[in-house]
Design a protein around this ligand. Structure first.
Ligand code: DX5
Ligand code: ZN
Length: 218
């Protein structure tokens, strides 16, 4: 399975979103990470469903919506309608995780679960059959530009072992502080889909930076 780079739009210059989306596509990348923050689960606010609807016609990139939202069931149908292809919820934010994943699947979307650094893998034990993706947060969520917690490499390795032993089909995604220096160590541990924020976006250089990332993970 080849490694996928997923730029996180939260880190882009909001005044130049259309330009940055073109730069991402020109680099050959096919997926976009869209962070949704409610100011409650995390201390920041980002991308409402109406903004996602406005972005949708600007690009063919696959939208992976990372919902850092308490009780995400309230908003999942709106993001599905807005054009999300993948919807990832936090295990810590769901009272009924299994039901929430059923809701995402019932809307015809791929379903992911994200785990904060302090959350153990065993919360996934009884939902693996519903999962298309597991997101191992490599920082505490809520803002960009933080430093990866490298101790989490063990968690990625353990998840990769569980995946292989059971032949599960979900992708292992990581998010937070990924850069050119640490990316390969995390891929060796088992990461397959890599979200990149601050290290990806610099106006005028986004395309070439992303091309460098793509070359690094080949
Ligand atoms: C963090 C968000 C990330 C963020 C990543 O809470 O979920 O997607 O944009 O940005 P960097 O790569 O700068 O940590
Ligand atoms: Zn994210």
């Amino acid at each position: 399975m080849s490694v996928i780079i997923q730029p996180s739009l939260f880190a882009a210059d909001m005044g130049y979103l259309a330009e940055e989306l073109k730069a991402i596509e020109a680099s050959g990348i096919t997926e976009l990470h869209v962070d949704v923050m409610d100011g409650s689960f995390v201390p920041n606010i980002a991308f409402g469903p109406d903004q996602v609807s406005m972005l949708r016609p600007l690009t063919k990139l696959k939208f992976d919506v990372h919902m850092m939202v308490v009780n995400p069931d309230r908003y999942i149908p709106r993001y599905a309608e807005a054009g999300a292809e993948v919807i990832t919820v936090h295990a810590e934010a769901c009272v009924h995780l299994h039901r929430t994943l059923q809701l995402i699947k019932s809307l015809g979307k791929q379903a992911g679960v994200a785990l904060n650094p302090g959350t153990p893998l065993d919360v996934l034990d009884y939902v693996y059959d519903l999962l298309d993706q597991v997101l191992i947060m490599t920082v505490n969520p809520g803002c960009g530009g933080q430093k990866t917690i490298l101790g989490l490499t063990e968690k990625i390795k353990r998840l990769s072992e569980i995946k292989q032993a059971n032949q599960y089909g979900f992708a292992i995604q990581i998010d937070g502080g990924i850069n050119k220096d640490n990316i390969n160590k995390l891929i060796e541990a088992g990461a397959e889909n890599i979200v990149i924020g601050a290290a990806a976006f610099q106006r005028g250089k986004t395309k070439s930076t992303l091309e460098e990332f793509v070359a690094l993970v080949k």
